[in-house]
Design a protein around this ligand. Structure first.
Ligand SMILES: Nc1ncnc2c1ncn2[C@@H]1O[C@H](COP(=O)(O)OP(=O)(O)OP(=O)(O)O)[C@@H](O)[C@H]1O
Length: 253
């Protein structure tokens, strides 16, 4: 199978599917019975308060977090399967790049693990707008530029599924808009993106939203449905209204 080709890119087959998914860390159950599916070639936003389990879910999806119960399939295979290694890209909250290497050397290093060519490296650097800084040491970049090196390292392997943990934190509004434009272009080209965010305004860029709270899925809906269900065009207020409704009824759907 060519590099970057997903085992399951059938538009009718879920890119990620969870059923009765439970995940514990230490003695605590963090994710409690999640049921959802994400279709390929879309941007899905994972939204929830701090500590709601977003990172834990992303870690389970990319295969670095053990599942305690239930099933989680990614591109048609169990999460964490060795066969998914080249198809899933993950950008963590803390940028995991080498400060003493140049931007280009970092991207080349990560690309080498996936057989990336020089053209792939140049393309990934251009995709995050760092062409003019490619010879600079990563440690000498600004915070926002540094975090974009991480993103380029994930892009270089052309993953079929890209999982991004709060990729726009610390970026100015112009860069943030630019990145969302790039994400949209990637989704249009068939990449599936799962992006966590605290910023509700960013939810409007996504075709589907997973609302998490205390390890449970409050809802999976579109931004329009969120506005409707939360009775507010302001998505932050709509989300808060849904949380309040859930507390009152004691039900998650
Ligand atoms: N190694 C661990 N052992 C035990 N509990 C943990 C561990 N790591 C995280 N947790 C707990 O799991 C819960 C979910 O954490 P997680 O990092 O998934 O949340 P999050 O929604 O990504 O939060 P944030 O938005 O602040 O990054 C939190 O209550 C956290 O304290």
């Amino acid at each position: 199978m060519p590099r970057g080709t997903a085992p399951s890119q059938d538009p009718d087959t879920a890119a990620i599917a969870a059923s009765g998914l439970h995940v514990s860390r230490g003695r605590t159950t963090i994710l409690r019975g999640l049921e959802f599916s994400i279709m390929p070639g879309r941007i899905t936003c994972l939204i929830g308060p701090s500590g709601s389990g977003k990172t834990t879910l992303m870690r389970a999806i990319v295969g670095v977090q053990k599942i305690s119960r239930g099933t989680l399939s990614v591109l048609g295979r169990p999460a964490g399967s060795a066969a998914l290694r080249h198809d899933v890209g993950y950008v963590t909250q803390g940028a995991s790049v080498y400060g003493d290497l140049s931007v280009a050397a970092n991207v080349k290093y990560f690309g080498a693990m996936h057989g990336a060519t020089a053209a792939d490296v140049a393309q990934a650097i251009a995709a995050v707008g760092l062409e003019s800084h490619m010879r600079r040491k990563a440690a000498d970049l600004s915070g926002g530029q540094f975090s974009r090196v991480s993103l380029a390292c994930a892009l270089v392997s052309h993953p079929a599924l890209l999982v991004l943990d709060e990729p726009t934190v610390g970026l100015d509004p112009v860069l943030r808009a630019e990145l969302w434009g790039r994400f949209a272009a990637m989704a249009a080209a068939g990449t599936t993106l799962l992006i966590s965010s605290h910023v509700m305004e960013e939810a409007s860029h996504c075709s589907s939203l997973l609302l998490l709270r205390e390890g449970q899925l409050l809802a999976q809906l579109t931004p329009e449905e969120l506005a409707q269900r939360g009775r507010n065009k302001d998505l932050e207020r709509a989300f808060l209204a849904i949380i309040t409704d859930t507390q009152q009824t004691g039900a998650a759907s």
